[in-house]
Design a protein around this ligand. Structure first.
Ligand code: 0RA
Length: 647
C-alpha cells in the first residue's frame, strides 16, 4: 500500500535538492537571522511559525480547529483541520508540495500565492525554518481521503513522502522537537504560549484553539474560542475596571483598501489601552491605521459634543489624549500587501489604509453615538474631566519644575548615585527597603551602579490620577533619579541610566512591590520597557556552605542539585552542610549581595520586554484595578507573570 510519489530511480541529489540542503544549512548556521534568537524567545517562535500557517488556513476560511500539545520531552504537535498541505508533485520542482513547504525557505505553504488573500505571520520565514532547527520533525497530511506522512532530521528528509492509506477528513499535523544543539533554552513556557494563542483566538472570531500541556502529571488543557471576537478581547483587556457603557462598540466593515474590525469600550480608569493588529500581527509601533483611528476618534467625539451642546465654551475642544483616557480599544485590519516598517517591523506603512480606517471609524462611531446617547454623554463628560485633570497636572508639573524636582538638578537625598554619567555604562538598582538599600550601597561598584532605596508599597499608579501620582514621594524620587520625565513628556535620550534594575525580596511582598513598580513603568515610562531597559534582579534563595566553600541556589531545583553534588548524593542529612534560606535581601552582607545579585560577571537579571503587551496590559488591569479578589488570587499563586513579560 505504501506508494512513493517520486521516481525512486532519480538521484536524491539533483540540483534542486542541493539548493535545499544549502538553504537549511544557512538556517542552522545563523538561526538568529531567521527566528531572532536561540534563547527562549526563538524557541517559542518555532511554535508561532507553525501555528501561523494554520491560522492562514483559518483566515482563508478552511480551518476551524487548531490544537497545540506540549509533550513531556518538550516536543510539540500542532494539528489543524484545514485543507491539508498539497501533496501532489510540483510541476517544476518535481517534489510534493508538502516537501517544498518543509524544505524551501519562505515557501511556507504559500508557494502558490493565489491560495491566500491575506496572510499573517510576523516572520513569514515559513515552516521550513522550524524543520531546519528541529532535531526531528514529522508532518502528516490528510487530503483526498488518504493520510500522508514524512519524517525529517535536522531538516533532512529520512524518506520520500509516504501514503499511509485511507483516512477521513482533511488537515495538517506537524510534530517536532526543537534541536538541543541549537537552542540554549528548550523548555516551553505554557503561559507564554497560551497568551499568544488566546490573542490569536480573539483576532479570529469563532476559531477554536486549544493548548494541552502533557509535561505535568495531570495534563492541563485550555481552550480559546470567542464568538465575540474583538469585543471579547476588549472585555478581557478591561479586566476589573468598571465600564462606562456595555456592550463595547463593535463593528466589522470592508473597504477596498482593507477589512477593518474594531471594538472599543470606556471605563472608569485613567489609562489608554489601545492594541492594533495588521493581518494578526501586533503593530506595536503603530502606523497609518493607528493615525486614522486617532484622527477619527478626536474628530467624531468633538463633532458629537458640539452638535449636542456638551462643551462648556463655544471654542472648547477635546484633545486626542482627552478622548482616549479610560479607553480600551482593539483595532484589527487585514490588507492584501502590508508594508511593515520600523525598528521591529511592526509599523504599518501603507498610506491608503489611513483614510480607510479614518472613514470607517468616523462613520461607525457617529452612528453608535447617536444610537447610544447615554454612553455618548458619559464618554464626553469623562473626556472633559480628563481635560481638566490635564490642566491641573500641567500646573502641578510647572510647580514641580520650579522646585527643580522633576527635571534633574536636585537628585533625591536617598539616591546613592554613580560617578560615571554615560548611560550606556550605568545602571540603577531600585531596592526595596532601607536595610537592603544599605547593603546594596556598600556592596556596589560605585563607578557605574547607583542605588535608590524605596519604602515598602509605592502608590498604586493604576488607580490614581496623574496629579496625585506626581505628588507621591517615592514616585518623585524615581522620576528625578531617572531624569527622563513621564508619559508624553518622557524622553528616553535623557535617561540617566542604561539599565533600571528592580531588586526586591524573593517573597510574596517582594513580588507585590515588583508588580507595583512594573505597573508604574508600564503606565508612566513605557518606552523604558520598549527599549529593553527594565530588568529584574534575581537574588538567591539559599546559601549552601560546606567548610570554606559556599554556593548559592536560585531555585529549589538548584538547591537539590548542589546538595547532591556536595554530599555525593547522600542528601541534606549528611553532616557538614550549612543551608541558609534568605528571607530578604537585608540578610545578605554587602559582599554576598554583590557576588550573587549585582556583579555583572556572575549575576542573572531578567529583561522585561513588551513582546506580549496586550497580555501584560490585561495582567496589570486585573492585578491593579479595583477588584481585590484577582489580586489576592494572584498573590497566592505568586509572581510568575514576570516570565510572561520576559520571554
Ligand atoms: C498551500 C495550499 C493550500 C493549503 C496549504 C498550503 C496549507 C498549509 C498549511 C500549513 C499548516 N496547515 C496548513 N494547511 C494548509 C491549499 C490547497 C488546496 O487548494 O486545497
Amino acid at each position: 500500500m505504501a506508494e512513493t510519489p517520486v521516481d525512486p530511480t532519480k538521484s536524491l541529489y539533483n540540483s534542486g535538492q542541493i539548493q535545499v540542503l544549502k538553504g537549511l544549512e544557512a538556517v542552522r548556521k545563523r538561526p538568529g537571522m531567521y527566528i531572532g534568537s536561540t534563547s527562549s524567545r526563538g524557541l517559542h517562535h518555532l511554535v508561532y511559525e507553525v501555528v501561523d500557517n494554520s491560522i492562514d488556513e483559518a483566515m482563508a476560511g478552511y480551518c476551524t480547529h487548531i490544537d497545540v500539545t506540549i509533550h513531556p520531552d518538550d516536543s510539540v504537535t500542532v494539528v489543524d483541520d484545514g485543507r491539508g498541505i498539497p501533496v501532489d508533485i510540483h510541476p517544476t520542482e518535481k517534489v510534493p508540495g508538502v516537501e517544498l513547504a518543509m524544505t524551501v525557505l519562505h515557501a511556507g505553504g504559500k508557494f502558490d500565492k493565489s491560495n491566500y488573500k491575506v496572510s499573517g505571520g510576523l516572520h513569514g520565514v515559513g515552516v521550513s525554518v522550524v524543520n531546519a532547527l528541529s532535531e526531528w520533525l514529522e508532518v502528516e497530511v490528510r487530503r483526498d481521503g488518504r493520510l500522508w506522512h514524512q519524517r525529517y532530521h535536522q531538516g533532512i528528509k529520512q524518506k520520500e513522502l509516504e501514503d499511509m492509506g485511507p483516512a477521513e477528513g482533511t488537515g495538517t499535523r506537524v510534530f517536532f522537537r526543537p534541536d538541543r544543539e541549537i537552542f540554549t533554552e528548550t523548555r516551553f513556557n505554557l503561559e507564554t504560549l497560551s497568551a499568544r494563542l488566546r490573542e490569536m483566538a480573539f483576532l479570529n472570531k469563532g476559531l477554536r484553539i486549544s493548548i494541552r500541556d502533557e509535561r505535568l502529571e495531570e495534563p492541563v488543557e485550555e481552550v480559546f474560542q470567542y464568538e465575540g471576537g474583538l469585543a471579547a478581547f476588549v472585555n478581557y483587556l478591561r479586566g476589573s475596571r468598571q465600564p462606562l457603557h456595555e456592550p463595547p462598540l463593535y463593528f466589522e466593515t470592508e473597504k477596498p483598501e482593507a477589512e477593518i474590525e474594531l471594538a472599543m469600550q470606556y471605563d472608569e480608569g485613567f489609562s489608554e489601552n489601545t492594541h492594533t493588529f495588521v493581518n494578526n500581527i501586533n503593530t506595536h509601533e503603530g502606523g497609518t491605521h493607528v493615525t486614522g483611528l486617532k484622527a477619527a476618534l478626536t474628530r467624531t467625539l468633538n463633532d458629537y459634543a458640539k452638535k449636542n451642546n456638551l462643551l462648556k465654551k463655544a471654542d472648547q475642544s477635546l484633545s486626542g489624549d482627552d478622548v482616549r483616557e479610560g479607553m480600551t480599544c482593539v483595532l484589527s485590519v487585514r490588507v492584501m500587501e502590508p508594508q511593515f516598517e520600523g525598528q521591529t517591523k511592526t509599523k504599518l506603512g501603507n498610506s491608503e489604509v489611513r483614510g480607510a480606517v479614518e472613514t470607517a471609524v468616523n462613520e461607525q462611531l457617529a452612528i453608535w453615538l447617536d444610537e447610544n446617547p447615554k454612553a455618548a454623554k458619559a464618554i464626553i463628560e469623562k473626556s472633559l474631566q480628563a481635560a481638566r485633570a490635564r490642566a491641573a497636572a500641567r500646573k502641578a508639573r510647572d510647580l514641580a519644575r520650579k522646585k527643580n524636582a522633576l527635571e534633574g538638578g536636585v537628585l533625591p537625598g536617598k539616591l546613592a548615585d554613580c560617578s560615571l554619567s554615560d548611560p550606556s555604562m550605568t545602571e540603577i538598582f531600585i531596592v526595596e527597603g532601607d536595610s537592603a538599600g544599605g547593603s546594596a550601597k556598600q556592596g556596589r561598584d560605585r563607578s557605574f551602579q547607583a542605588i535608590l532605596p524605596i519604602k515598602g508599597k509605592i502608590l498604586n499608579v493604576e488607580r490614581a490620577r496623574i496629579d496625585k501620582i506626581l505628588s507621591n514621594t517615592e514616585v518623585r524620587a524615581m522620576i528625578t533619579a531617572i531624569g527622563a520625565g513621564i508619559r508624553d513628556d518622557f524622553d528616553l535620550s535623557n535617561a540617566r541610566y542604561g539599565k533600571i534594575i528592580i531588586m526586591t525580596d524573593a517573597d510574596v511582598d517582594g513580588a507585590h512591590i515588583r508588580t507595583l513598580l512594573l505597573t508604574f513603568f508600564f503606565r508612566q515610562m513605557r518606552e523604558l520597557i520598549e527599549a529593553g531597559s527594565i530588568y529584574i534582579a534575581q537574588p538567591p534563595l539559599y546559601r549552601v556552605g560546606k567548610g570554606k566553600e559556599e554556593y548559592y541556589a536560585y531555585s529549589e531545583d538548584q538547591r537539590t542539585e548542589i546538595v547532591k553534588r556536595l554530599t555525593n548524593g547522600k542528601g541534606e542529612e549528611a553532616r557538614g552542610l550549612n543551608i541558609q534560606r534568605y528571607k530578604g535581601l537585608g540578610e545578605m552582607n554587602p559582599d554576598q549581595l554583590w557576588n550573587t545579585t549585582m556583579d555583572p560577571d556572575s549575576r542573572t537579571i531578567l529583561q522585561v520586554t513588551m513582546d506580549s503587551a496586550a497580555e501584560a496590559d490585561a495582567i496589570f488591569s486585573r492585578l491593579m484595578g479595583d477588584d481585590v479578589e484577582p489580586r489576592r488570587q494572584f498573590i497566592e499563586k505568586n509572581a510568575r507573570y514576570v516570565r510572561n513579560l520576559d520571554v
